[in-house]
Design a protein around this ligand. Structure first.
Ligand code: 1GP
Length: 246
């Protein structure tokens, strides 16, 4: 499956929802159960990744288990170069543009490039921007967190990502953030860039998901919500419906 084309074609019909599954937090059996239910609820794809406790083994096993229960595209969302699986359909080949460390801007990318070519993974180029509070990803990625009240600085980073040729710009509040990226920030970034805008971190309700897509997000990511829900299809469907119908 060509994931980039799939995203662009699906976006022509409606904004997308992606389900983030973290093999550092759950075993492959539980992750595949969530993937199956998220598929039933209407999600458009599965991202696999996290900030800590990932290993080649648990990523590979999790991707395989997810592929066994769904035909949705599975996209790696890696924390570093050591946790890649050729069983996935694609990888977000991402640079943390507001990291203070070369390792996360270009080091991990150089370390993984040859391996990605050998695995034959489709690469989806992405500028990853961490806004306050950033959570675990902010600490691990040594981010100089972008302030929530400084749209001009966020726009500069997003535009730099676009001019560097990234197809995707990801505004990230951090997994488990108390509140998502402000909708006004999303609106201003949307008005400044032309490429696909992903928003994630702290999105827990249909209302906040709808507001973010109405403000210009093309893709909404939820992780914590799907990990913590007891009846996932029932709970997730209203969020996905809000995104698809916005
Ligand atoms: C993290 O944006 C994602 O990279 C998802 O965040 O876990 O808060 O949904 P949540």
């Amino acid at each position: 499956m060509e994931v980039h084309s799939y995203f662009l074609n699906t976006r022509k019909k409606h904004p997308l929802h992606l389900t983030l599954l973290d093999p550092g937090k759950m075993d492959s059996e539980n992750l595949s159960k969530i993937a199956k239910e998220a598929d039933q609820a209407g999600t458009d794809g599965i991202m696999v990744g996290g900030s800590t406790d990932l290993s080649f083994e648990n990523v590979e096993k999790s991707v395989q288990a997810i592929k066994n229960v769904t035909d949705l595209p599975v996209i790696l969302f890696p924390s570093d170069s050591g946790v890649l699986s050729g069983k996935a359909d694609a990888i977000f080949f991402m640079t943390l543009l507001n990291s203070s460390s070369l390792q996360y801007i270009v080091g991990e990318q150089i370390a993984s490039a040859t391996h990605i070519k050998k695995l034959g993974l489709e690469t989806l180029s992405m500028a990853y921007l961490l806004l306050e509070p950033g959570m675990r990803a902010g600490l691990v990625g040594k981010a100089r967190l972008l302030p929530r009240d400084n749209p001009n600085l966020v726009i500069s980073h997003a535009l730099a990502g676009q001019y560097l040729g990234m197809n995707y710009i990801y505004l990230e509040a951090g997994s488990g953030a108390e509140s998502p990226v402000p909708s006004e920030m999303v609106k201003q970034v949307r008005e400044s860039i032309d490429n696909t805008l992903i928003v994630g971190g702290g999105i827990q309700t249909p209302e906040s998901a709808r507001l973010l897509v109405e403000s210009g997000a093309d893709i909404i990511v939820t992780g914590t919500f799907v990990e913590t829900s007891n009846s996932l299809v029932e709970d997730l469907k209203p969020i996905i419906d809000a995104i698809h119908s916005a």
